[in-house]
Design a protein around this ligand. Structure first.
Ligand SMILES: Cc1ncc(C[n+]2csc(CCOP(=O)(O)OP(=O)(O)O)c2C)c(N)n1
Length: 664
C-alpha cells in the first residue's frame, strides 16, 4: 500500500510540474520528471523540517542547485503541507506577482533556502551553510545537547558540476570534511545542447573521491530502496557526500524522455496526454488526490520533530542559560549585541585603509563572535586575520571547528558563494576578501547576495593604481564603477581611518552586501568638523570659513586628500572652496533631496571630481559644468607615486581643473 502511495506521490510531483509548465507555456519539466523520486524520498522521509515553521532554526536545508527545476521544489513543498505554494500558486507558475517564480527565489517563498538558477551557485551555498552550522555547533553544542543537528541536502545537475564554482567549493568542502552535506547528482546525461558526451565525459565520482568526498551510485533513479539506502549511508559518513543517481530527463514522456527536448519547454498538450497515459494517471490537470495529500503531508511529523527539539532546547537552557540567550540572539533573532558599536575603535593615524580595516576587525572580533570570514589566500595583504583565534579546520586539525579565520584558498568565486550560504544559514556574519581587481572572479555570487539582500561584507583591498608595481593586471580601473552599478550593492571607498570605521559600521547593519574598497598605500588622517556625518555617504569635509564656496572639490578614497591639499592652494589664491568627501555614492543618493542639496547645492556648478578609476557614474555628481579627473585606461607597472603623477592624479591637477572652471 505504501509502495503504491509512494508511486502515486511521485507521479503527482511529476504531473504538477508537467501541468504548471504547460499552463505557463514556459519552464523546465524534464528535470522534475526525472528527479521526482529523489525529492519524494527527501521531503517525505529524510528531511528534518516542519512545514508549519519553515524557518525553524534546526531544520535541514534543502538546496535545489539546478534551479531551473523549480517546479520540483514547488510541488514538493506543496505536497509536504507548506502554507505556500498553494495549488493556485502552482497554477500561477512564472506569472507576474506569483511566489512560484521561474527559478526559486528564497525571498518569495519559505522553504526555498536560496535563490538558484545560475548553475553551480547553490552547490557552493550549501557548503557555506554547512560551514556556518559547524562553527555554531562548536560554539553552542554541549555534551548531550546537539542544538545544531541540521544537515544540508541538495540536488545538483550536470550543469552544476561543470561549473568551476562547484569544483572550488567541493574541493574546500572535502578538505574541511563537511559531513553535513549530502548532494544527489541528477545524472541524466543530458544538457541543453545535447548529451553530456559532447563536453562532459570525466568520471565525476572519481573527481569527488579525489576531493575527499564519500561517493555512491544509484543505478536506477526510480529505485526507492536504493535511494533510501544511499542517503542513509551518506548521512552518517563524516565526509561530504555525492550520490550519483542515474535518472531519465522527462521520465515517462514517450517521445521526449531522455532528450534535451524535455529540458526547457512545455511537453505540448498531446505529449502531456501520452505521458499521463504512460503513468496510468487519468486525472484533470493539477490534481492532488486526497490519499496523496494525506501520505505526503509532513505537518504532524514536522511538529513532532520540532517539539522534541524544543524540549531538548529547554533542557539546554536550564543547564546553560547564558549560552541559550546567546544562541537566541544570534541564531534565532540575528541581532547584534546591544553595545557592539562601543567596540568600534577611533582610528586617526596615517595608515593604509586596509590596515585600518584589519584594526576594526580585530577590535570587533571579541564583541562580535558572529563575525566569521577570511580571504582567498591574501589574508596578510587584505588584513583580515583575527589574531589568536586559529583557523577553522576539520575536526582534529589545529583549532578544528572552533577556529575562526576561514582559509578559502585561491577560490574567489566559491568564497563569495559560500559566504552567501553562511549568511542564509544565519548565526554568523560572513566577510570575504581579495584584491578588488579580482571582484571579477566572484561577481556572480555577489550579484546573488545583492538579489537576496544578504549581509556579506567584502573587504576588497588594493583598490586602484595606488597598489603600484604589480601593474595593470592587478590595478582596478573599472571595478568600483561597475560595482556601484549593481543594484542593492553598497560600495564604500573610505579616505582614512575614520571613514573605514564608518564603512564597517554601515556594512554590519546593511541589509545587503557592502563592498569596502581599501587602499594598499598609506593615507593621512583627514581633519573634519564635529558636524561631518560620514554615515551619509557624502558630506562636507572642509569649507573656507565665512564665505560661500566658489568651487567644490569632490573626492573619494585615496584621492580625497588631494582635494584637501588643493583647497589650501586655491584659498591662498583667494578662492572660497568646499571639499566634499564621498565614500559612498549610493549612500549619498539614498539621502533626502534636501541633504543632497545642502552638500552639493545646485547653484554650486563649479565642481571638480577626482577618482583614480573610470569616470562612469561621476557625471551626475560633476554636473554639466563640472570637471572629472579620472582614469579611463588601464594602469601600468611602476611605483604608486609615479603612477599618480603620470596619470594626472595630484593636488596640482585638482587646482588646475578648479582654476579653469573659476576662470571660465
Ligand atoms: C551559469 C549558468 N549558465 C547557463 C545556464 C543556462 N542553463 C540552464 S540549465 C543548463 C544546463 C542543463 O543541463 P543540466 O544542468 O544537466 O540540467 P538538465 O538538462 O538535466 O535539467 C543551462 C546551460 C544557467 N542557468 N546558469
Amino acid at each position: 500500500m505504501s509502495a503504491d502511495l509512494d508511486q502515486l506521490s511521485i507521479t503527482t510531483l511529476r504531473t504538477l510540474a508537467i501541468d504548471a509548465v504547460q499552463q505557463a507555456n514556459s519552464g523546465h519539466p524534464g528535470m522534475p520528471m526525472g528527479c521526482a523520486p529523489i525529492a519524494h524520498i527527501l521531503f517525505n522521509e529524510t528531511l528534518r523540517h516542519n512545514p508549519a515553521d519553515p524557518n525553524w532554526c534546526a531544520r535541514d536545508r534543502f538546496v535545489l542547485s539546478a534551479g531551473h527545476g523549480s517546479m520540483l521544489i514547488y510541488a514538493a513543498l506543496h505536497l509536504s503541507g507548506y502554507a505556500r505554494p498553494t495549488l493556485d500558486d502552482i497554477k500561477a507558475f512564472r506569472q507576474s506577482g506569483s511566489v512560484t517564480a521561474g527559478h526559486p527565489e528564497n525571498f518569495l517563498l519559505d522553504g526555498v533556502e536560496t535563490t538558484t538558477g545560475p548553475l553551480g551557485q547553490g552547490f557552493a551555498n550549501g557548503v557555506g551553510m554547512a560551514i556556518a552550522a559547524e562553527r555554531l555547533a562548536a560554539e553552542f553544542n554541549r555534551d548531550g545537547f546537539d542544538v545544531l543537528p541540521q544537515r544540508i541536502f541538495g540536488i545538483v545537475s550536470d550543469g552544476d558540476l561543470m561549473e568551476g564554482v562547484a569544483s572550488e567549493a567541493a574541493s574546500l568542502a572535502g578538505h574541511l570534511k563537511l559531513g553535513r552535506i549530502v548532494y544527489l547528482y541528477d545524472d541524466n546525461q543530458i544538457t541543453i545542447d545535447g548529451g553530456t558526451d559532447k563536453a562532459f565525459t570525466e568520471d565525476v565520482l572519481k573527481r569527488f573521491v579525489a576531493y575527499g568526498w564519500h561517493t555512491d551510485e544509484v543505478a536506477n533513479g526510480n529505485d526507492l530502496d536504493a535511494l533510501r539506502q544511499a542517503i542513509n549511508t551518506a548521512s552518517t559518513d563524516p565526509r561530504p557526500s555525492l550520490i550519483k543517481v542515474r535518472t531519465v530527463i522527462g521520465f515517462g514522456s514517450p517521445n521526449k524522455q531522455g532528450t534535451p527536448g524535455s529540458h526547457g519547454a512545455p511537453l505540448g498538450a498531446e505529449e502531456v496526454a501520452l505521458t499521463k497515459a504512460a503513468y496510468g494517471y487519468d486525472h484533470p490537470p493539477f490534481t492532488v488526490l486526497d490519499e496523496v495529500r494525506a501520505f505526503t503531508d509532513q505537518t504532524a511529523a514536522g511538529h513532532a520533530k520540532q517539539h522534541a527539539y524544543n524540549e531538548l532546547f529547554a533542557a539546554y537552557r536550564a543547564a546553560y542559560p547564558q549560552l541559550a540567550d546567546e544562541f537566541e540572539r544570534r541564531v534565532l533573532r540575528g541581532e547584534l549585541p546591544a553595545n557592539w558599536q562601543a567596540a568600534l575603535p577611533a582610528l586617526d593615524t596615517p595608515k593604509a585603509t586596509r590596515v585600518h580595516s584589519g584594526d576594526v576587525i580585530n577590535a570587533l572580533a571579541p564583541q562580535l563572535p558572529e563575525l566569521f570570514g577570511g580571504s582567498a589566500d591574501l589574508a596578510a595583504s587584505n588584513n583580515t586575520d583575527i589574531k589568536d583565534v586559529g583557523d577553522f579546520a576539520a575536526n582534529g586539525q589545529g583549532a578544528g571547528r572552533a577556529g575562526r579565520n576561514l582559509r578559502f584558498g585561491v577560490r574567489e568565486h566559491a568564497m563569495a558563494a559560500i559566504a552567501n550560504g553562511m549568511a542564509l544559514h544565519g548565526g554568523v556574519i560572513p566577510y570575504v576578501a581579495s584584491f578588488l581587481v579580482f571582484s571579477d572572479y566572484l561577481r556572480p555570487a555577489l550579484r546573488l547576495a545583492a538579489l537576496m539582500h544578504l549581509r556579506v561584507i567584502y573587504v576588497m583591498t588594493h583598490d586602484s593604481i595606488g597598489l603600484g608595481e604589480d601593474g595593470p593586471t592587478h590595478q582596478p580601473v573599472e571595478h568600483v564603477a561597475s560595482l556601484r552599478a549593481m543594484p542593492n550593492v553598497t560600495v564604500m571607498r573610505p579616505a582614512d581611518g575614520a571613514e573605514t570605521v564608518a564603512a564597517w559600521r554601515y556594512a554590519l547593519t546593511n541589509n545587503g552586501p557592502t563592498v569596502i574598497a581599501l587602499s594598499r598605500q598609506t593615507l593621512p588622517p583627514l581633519t573634519r568638523s564635529d558636524e561631518a556625518d560620514i554615515s551619509r555617504g557624502g558630506y562636507v569635509l572642509y569649507e573656507t570659513a565665512g564665505r560661500d564656496a566658489h568651487v567644490c572639490l569632490i573626492g573619494t578614497g585615496s584621492e580625497t586628500q588631494l582635494c584637501v591639499q588643493a583647497a589650501a592652494t586655491l584659498e591662498a589664491n583667494g578662492h572660497a572652496v568646499r571639499v566634499v568627501s564621498m565614500p559612498s555614492m549610493e549612500v549619498f543618493y539614498a539621502q533626502p533631496a534636501a541633504y543632497q542639496e545642502q552638500v552639493l547645492p545646485a547653484a554650486l556648478t563649479r565642481r571638480v571630481v577626482i577618482e583614480a578609476g573610470v569616470r562612469f557614474g561621476w557625471e551626475r555628481i560633476a554636473g554639466d559644468d563640472g570637471s572629472i579627473i579620472s582614469l579611463d585606461r588601464f594602469g601600468a607597472s611602476a611605483p604608486a607615486e609615479e603612477l599618480f603623477a603620470r596619470f594626472g592624479f595630484s593636488a596640482e591637477a585638482v587646482v588646475n581643473a578648479a582654476t579653469a572652471l573659476l576662470d571660465s
